[in-house]
Design a protein around this ligand. Structure first.
Ligand code: DC
Length: 225
């Protein structure tokens, strides 16, 4: 039996809606733990690639993910991700990993395993969890559910800025198309599609600063939990 803790802030939304930076700061403000589930799917993808697994083979992908030696910890306000002792914080954000990730996140057995790890993590204490299926699948009984949205153009601009900060130049139209395709895929996939839970509060962050979004969510969380 799994006991779902009551103090969960579940944050979902499409790529580039600002979930990671917002969720981390909300967690800090509330004194909660922070769970970046996208980082887990990224780490699993990196691991499968690193181990030379045929990503087109769902059985092989599921088998290797079951042995994912994953560790995540916050250091000076930055979430660091380790796989088999190696710091992969940067590597899991590479375009190569991002391009292949659908082969991992569309695998039902991979999801089952990672969802179990996510629930175990949250069972250790109050948690702000962000991803695509937090409010719908992983923590359906969470009392505070947020769906973060922003226009495609705004999300593309944010992604472009993020990449630029890492010294990566990107072409706006191409990046926009990549995000649009990724949205479509996550929203229409058979397992755990990105969807706003009926009881999730929609926060449209277009034109809002990170600080404003954080303040809005902290207020909602305090009222609901
Ligand atoms: O949020 P992100 O861009 O780091 O997520 C990486 C990928 O993982 C993205 O393509 C969607 C997928 N993902 C998912 O399927 N379920 C989650 N709970 C979190 C992320």
């Amino acid at each position: 039996m799994h006991v779902e803790p009551t103090q969960i802030v579940a944050i979902d939304g499409p790529a580039g809606a600002g979930k990671s930076s917002v969720a981390r700061k909300v967690a800090e403000r509330l004194g909660f733990r922070f769970l970046d589930t996208g980082a887990m799917y990224r780490a699993a993808t990196w691991w499968a690639m690193h181990r030379g697994v045929d990503l087109a083979d769902p059985d092989a992908v599921a088998a290797i993910t079951n042995e994912l030696p994953l560790e995540m910890r916050e250091e000076n306000g930055v979430l660091r991700v380790f796989v088999d002792g190696e710091d992969v914080t940067q590597a899991i954000r590479s375009p190569e990993v991002t391009r292949q990730i659908y082969r991992i996140d569309e695998n039902a057995r991979v999801r089952e395993h990672l969802v179990k790890l996510q629930r175990e993590y949250a069972a250790r204490g109050p948690t702000v969890a962000e991803g695509r299926d937090m409010g719908t699948v992983v923590f359906p009984h969470a009392k505070c559910k947020i769906y973060l949205g922003a226009s495609l153009d705004e999300r593309t601009r944010r992604r472009q800025r993020e990449m630029a900060e890492k010294g990566l130049e990107t072409e706006f139209e191409q990046l926009r198309e990549e995000i649009r395709i990724r949205d479509e895929r996550t929203m229409t996939r058979a397992v755990a599609p990105l969807r706003r839970a009926p009881d999730a509060i929609l926060v449209d962050t277009t034109g809002m600063s990170v600080a404003e979004v954080v303040a809005t969510i902290v207020e909602l969380a305090r009222a609901k939990l």
